[in-house]
Each structure stands twice: as structure tokens, then as C-alpha cells.
Design a protein around this ligand. Sequence first.
Ligand SMILES: NC(=O)c1ccc[n+]([C@@H]2O[C@H](COP(=O)([O-])OP(=O)(O)OC[C@H]3O[C@@H](n4cnc5c(N)ncnc54)[C@H](OP(=O)(O)O)[C@@H]3O)[C@@H](O)[C@H]2O)c1
Length: 252
Amino acid sequence: MPYNFNGKNIFITGGSTGIGLESAIKFAQLGANKVFITGRNENTLNTAKELIGKNAEIIIADVGTDAGIKAMVDKVAAGGIKLDVVFANAGIAENNTFGETTNDEFDKTFDINVKGVFFTVQELLPLTSDGASIILTASIVSHKGMANLSLYNASKAAVRSFARSFATDLKARNIRVNALSPGATLTPIMQNGLKMDTAALEGFKQYISQAAPSGRVATPDEIADVAVFLASDTSSYINGIELDVDGGLAQV
Ligand SMILES: NC(=O)c1ccc[n+]([C@@H]2O[C@H](COP(=O)([O-])OP(=O)(O)OC[C@H]3O[C@@H](n4cnc5c(N)ncnc54)[C@H](OP(=O)(O)O)[C@@H]3O)[C@@H](O)[C@H]2O)c1
């Protein structure tokens, strides 16, 4: 069945680059009425808006802060519309050394990846339609213990857990909630968050080519295709799951 988002309103945190941006472009191409995207950097948001087209609405907001959550809610409320898809996708991935990790590092990852997802979904609930689809970007690390990423791994385990709980708590409103867990995907997070230089990125790609049955890293486009699927009526009986999109990396 071809996807159709005609007249639908889509909200994507972290929609300025990577997985969120590719998803926003797809939703717009599939007829969405409004595609709200958020991020902290105004320049990347403006560039993204050019790529998405006239239906894009940008919101400069840090999901890890109360002010950022309020800015998102205010913008949607001002539009006088209800959301059909909420894609809580914004997140950071930063290495932390167990034994030397600071309170600030802990708070930063949990404020953005955990509190940010929780309060994005909760505070937008009054502006979300009954029957909507909510998608939370977790990661295959939700069920792995990747080295030097204990904070990130745990934050994504929390996100996966939210999908179970929110699906239960939103039953009466017929809102589906699922976690989308990418594997290794080529996005700016590799440079910005994980601080990989060219050599480190090549080494990582080489490792994935050996470790993943699909023999390569993903493109953000491939993850966005699955976000569209989970947002669509084609996945109408999928609820509370974690869908790994990882080329088999964490499956074997
Ligand atoms: N790439 C992978 O291999 C991979 C694997 C598994 C899971 N993921 C998850 O996929 C999601 C998207 O990441 P990506 O790979 O597409 O990386 P990305 O290109 O770096 O995208 C991250 C997005 O989140 C935004 N963001 C980060 N911190 C934010 C904050 N505090 N408030 C609002 N927006 C914020 C970024 O914009 P600003 O920086 O301008 O705020 C950007 O739009 C993340 O949750 C990540 O953990 C990625």
C-alpha cells in the first residue's frame, strides 16, 4: 500500500540533520500538511527547512530544558492544529569513561535523551490526536553494553521502556507508541557526538562490515523509511515494540 500523509501534521524532534531530517523530507513528499522540526542550531534548521519545503515549520528548542519543551508546545498550539505523528528522535551520543564520569556528563545525556523524550511526548499530548502514532528513537544499544557508552546505552534502554509504558498509558486514546532502534547509521552524530575523525570513521565502517550480516552501515534514509512505516496505518497493529533496524548487527 503506498503511504499517504495527506493533511497529516508531523512533529519531529531533532529534525535538522540525520535520521530526523530524512524522515521530515519523506513525510513532506508524502503529502503532510505541516512538518515541525526542532533542533538547537538555527542554521541547520534553516538549511533543513529549504530541503523539506514550504510545509516545514522550524522550532529552535533544546529538548533537555523546560524552556525548550515550552517553546515546542507554544509553536504547535499557535498553529491551531493537532499532531498525527510525534517522532521523539532528538538525542546525543557521547563517550563516557566508567570510573571517570562526571555528574555533568550524566545529566547532559539523561536530560536530552531521557527527560527530553519523556517531556516531549507528555507535554504534546493535549495537542496530539487520538489515534496518533508516536515513535521514539532508541538504539540497539538499549539491549547492548557498548564500550565507553554506559550513559548512552542506559538512556536508550529508558527510551525503549517508555515505549512499553506509554503504549499502555495511551490505550484509551488509541495512540500507538513504538521504539525505533537504529544500528550504525552514517549521520553527523558520528563526528559531533562520538568525535570520530576520518580515520576512526573508516575503522568503524570496517568493523561494521565484518560484524553486521548486511555487511555495511545504514544510511539515514533507510531508517527514515521505517519511521514512515511506523507512522503509517500500514503498521496499525504494531504497538509497544522495539523495531531494530540494524542490518542484523545486534541480532546475531
Ligand atoms: N546514527 C546512529 O548510528 C544512531 C544509532 C542509533 C540511534 N541513533 C539515534 O538517532 C537519533 C538521531 O540521531 P542521528 O544519528 O540522526 O544524529 P544527528 O544527525 O546528530 O541528529 C541529531 C538531531 O537531534 C538534534 N538534537 C541533539 N540534541 C538536541 C537537543 N538537546 N534538543 C533538541 N535537538 C537536539 C540535533 O540538532 P542540534 O544538534 O542542532 O540540536 C539533530 O537534529 C538520536 O536519538 C540517536 O541517538 C543514531
